[in-house]
Design a protein. Structure first.
Length: 306
């Protein structure tokens, strides 16, 4: 069984537009021969995965379900032809030099995993991606996107991982983000957001990692943070706004990393920090804390950084 001829033609056009010059079409892309599967190390990959049994009406051909092109020095644009690979579920284009933005044709795709981490994409948040409601993982980190996050982000109710760090996103976080109740992982560091950290973050009760280093947001952490009892890592820094007491984190017993650096926190360190016995990292530096360090911190037997 071989890759469907239409998809071979699409791959040729995709390779041309992304300047992926080393795909070897003398071998069938689904054969695994030639350079269709190259894993030189963990950071550099060029793999294409097919499913030859996905179409019950045509058992003689295969279809592309996954493309991973990591650290391939791709310098072209994002091809609209990806949208014609009807069975594509995973598209990873990390650490390249791709430019432009996301084509409008992509709104018809059924992707589950999509990563553009570490490219040179520009323009506003690609609203077309909010039409791909099947997405579970979306990584836009490390690009040059700018402007507000559109309220349509709330359409992506299946999202489990969202990474928007290291762009120039701005404006307040839209309340529709609170609809993403399946989130496990959220990174919005190194942006230009405005306004306070919203109360709706308490809706993310399945979250295990929240990172907001230098996001531009103001404190304090809202009281709803106490609902995030699944968190393993809470990492926040450089909050604007007025100083405030230590946030209510006593319910977060599963934390292994607690970083609240330069967050304008005043007053005492609460005794309950010593009850977070799974903590390995505790960073409360550059705040306005006063009084004695509570003796309960002696309970943090696993901590290797404090």
């Amino acid at each position: 069984m071989k890759l469907h001829g239409d998809e071979v033609a699409l791959l040729k056009e995709i390779g041309k537009k992304m300047k992926k010059r080393d795909w070897d079409f003398t071998n069938d892309p689904c054969s695994g021969k030639g350079n269709w599967i190259v894993n030189s190390n963990l950071l550099q990959k060029s793999t294409l995965t097919c499913d030859c049994f996905i179409d019950p009406h045509n058992s003689s051909t295969c279809h592309v379900i996954s493309i991973v092109l990591t650290s391939q020095n791709l310098t072209g644009i994002i091809p609209p032809e990806f949208s014609q690979l009807r069975y594509l579920k995973t598209l990873i284009l990390r650490r390249n030099c791709l430019v432009g933005s996301i084509p409008k044709e992509w709104g018809s795709m059924h992707l589950e995993k999509l990563s553009f981490l570490g490219n040179r994409l520009t323009g506003p948040f690609p609203k077309v991606l909010t039409s791909i409601t099947s997405l579970r993982i979306l990584e836009l980190e490390g690009n040059q996107f700018s402007g507000p996050i559109p309220p349509e982000i709330g359409n992506l109710v299946n999202l489990e991982e969202l990474s928007l760090s290291s762009n120039s996103f701005s404006g307040p976080l839209p309340e529709q983000l609170g609809l993403l109740k399946n989130l496990h992982f959220m990174r919005i560091s190194d942006n230009d957001f405005t306004g306070r950290i919203p109360e709706f973050i308490g809706n993310w009760t399945m979250l295990y990692h929240l990172e907001m280093f230098g996001s531009g947001l103001d404190g304090p952490l809202p009281s709803s943070t106490s609902a995030l009892t699944s968190l393993f890592k809470l990492q926040i820094s450089d909050l604007g706004g007025k100083s405030s007491p230590f946030p209510p984190l006593q319910n977060l017993k599963s934390l292994t990393v607690l970083e609240l650096r330069r967050c304008n926190i005043n007053g005492r360190i609460p005794k309950y920090i010593g009850d977070m016995t799974r903590l390995k990292t505790l960073d409360l530096s550059f705040n306005l804390l006063t009084n004695n360090i509570p003796s309960s911190l002696a309970n943090l037997k696993l901590a290797d950084y404090m």
